[in-house]
Design a protein around this ligand. Structure first.
Ligand code: 3HC
Length: 285
C-alpha cells in the first residue's frame, strides 16, 4: 500500500512505550525525533533500542547494517522546537492529564499547520487533550501495546472532534508500520484496557487473598486460558504504576466499583515495586 504523506515523526516521551514506538517507526523507514526532559533519559532510551535491535541481529532477523540504519533515523533532543517540521507527533509521556495537557498546549504552538497530534494514552479522554489545542480535528488517539515493536494491535481513537481525514491518516500510518488497527470510541480504557484491567486487578486480589502464589496464579492463567503471559507477569511488564494509573482513571470516569484498584497494588507502587523496570514487582528480575 502507498505510504501516507507522513515522513517525519516526533515522539514525546522516551520511556518504555515512547522508545518502543520510536524503534518501530524508525524500523518502518520514517525519520524520528525522540524528545524527553533530559539527556540521561534519552541515552537510556537509545541504549534500550540498541539492545532490542541487537537481539534481532543475533537472531538473524536483521543485519548489522539495517540495525545501524534504524538507529541513524532516530534523532534525540530535549528541545520541543525540534518537532516543528514533523508531520505527526505521538505523545507518550506519563499518564497524568495535567502533564499531557501542558504538553499539548506547547505542541500546538510549535507544530506546523496540519500536523497530527496523537496520544498514546492508555485510558485518558482524547477530547480533553484535543480541546487544549486550536486543532481539535487533528488530535487522535493512537494506542500501541507493549512491547510496541511486537504487538500487532493498535487502537485508533476518534474523539468527538477528530476529523475522518485524521482517522484515515492515522490508520494508513499504522498499517505502514505493519500493525492491524481497530478504530474505536473515546471512552475510558478504549477496548483492550477496559476489558484487560479488571482481569489484571482481579489477579492481584487473588494473590492478596492467598488463592495461590504469584507463580501459581500466572501458571493457572497461562495453562488454563492459553495466555502468553500470566496476569502478574504482564503487570510487571507494563509497570505496576501504569496499571494503577489506568485503574484510577477507569474508576474516576465510570464511577463503577468494578474498577477499584486492589490495595496491594497501590501499596506495592508506594513501595517502589514497579515491575521489570525497577527490578521487582510480583516477581523478581
Ligand atoms: N523489539 C523487537 N522485537 C522484540 C522486542 C522488542 N522490544 N521484544 C520482543 N521481541 C520479539 C523477539 O525478538 C521475538 O521475535 P521472534 O519470535 O521473531 O524470534 C518475539 O518478540 C518474542 O519474544 P521472546 O522470544 O523474547 O519472548 P516471548 O516469546 O516470551 O514473547 C511477548 C514475549 C511478546 C512479550 C509475549 O510474552 C506476549 O505477547 N505477552 C503479552 C503481552 C501483552 O499482552 N501486551 C499488551 C499489554 S496491554 C498494553 O500494553 C496496553 C497499555 O496501555 C497498558
Amino acid at each position: 500500500m502507498s505510504k501516507p504523506k507522513i515522513r517525519k515523526v516526533g515522539i514525546a516521551g522516551s520511556g518504555t512505550m515512547g522508545s518502543g514506538i520510536a524503534q518501530l517507526v524508525a524500523a518502518s523507514g520514517y525519520r524520528v525525533v525522540l524528545i524527553d526532559l533530559n539527556d540521561g533519559l534519552l541515552k537510556k532510551a537509545v541504549s534500550r533500542i540498541e539492545k532490542n535491535l541487537l537481539r534481532l541481529v543475533e537472531k538473524d532477523k536483521i543485519t548489522k547494517k539495517i540495525k545501524q540504519q534504524i538507529v541513524s533515523r532516530i534523532i534525540t533532543s530535549t528541545n520541543l522546537e525540534e518537532l516543528g517540521d514533523c508531520d505527526l507527533v505521538i505523545e507518550a509521556v506519563s499518564e497524568n492529564i495535567n502533564i499531557k495537557k501542558q504538553l499539548f498546549e506547547k505542541l500546538d504552538t510549535i507544530l506546523k499547520k496540519g500536523c497530527i497530534i496523537a496520544s498514546n494514552t492508555s485510558t485518558l479522554p482524547i477530547i480533553q487533550l484535543a480541546m487544549i489545542t486550536n486543532r481539535p480535528e487533528n488530535v487522535v488517539g493512537i494506542h500501541f501495546f507493549n512491547p510496541a515493536p511486537v504487538m500487532k494491535l493498535v487502537e485508533i481513537i476518534k474523539s468527538l472532534t477528530t476529523s475522518d481525514q485524521t482517522v484515515q491518516k492515522a490508520k494508513e500510518f499504522t498499517l505502514s508500520l505493519g500493525k492491524d488497527p481497530v478504530i474505536t470510541k473515546d471512552r475510558p480504557g478504549f477496548i483492550v484496557n477496559r476489558i484487560l484491567l479488571p482481569m489484571l486487578n482481579e489477579a492481584v486480589f487473588a494473590l492478596e487473598e492467598g488463592m495461590g502464589t504469584a507463580q501459581d496464579i500466572d501458571k493457572a492463567m497461562k495453562l488454563g486460558t492459553n495466555h502468553p503471559m500470566g496476569p502478574l507477569e504482564l503487570i510487571d511488564l507494563i509497570g505496576l504504576d501504569v496499571i494503577l494509573d489506568i485503574l484510577d482513571v477507569l474508576f474516576e470516569e465510570f464511577k463503577d466499583p468494578k474498577y477499584r484498584a486492589c490495595p496491594l497494588l497501590r501499596q506495592m507502587v508506594r513501595a517502589g515495586h514497579l515491575g521489570r523496570k525497577s527490578g521487582r514487582g510480583f516477581h523478581d528480575y
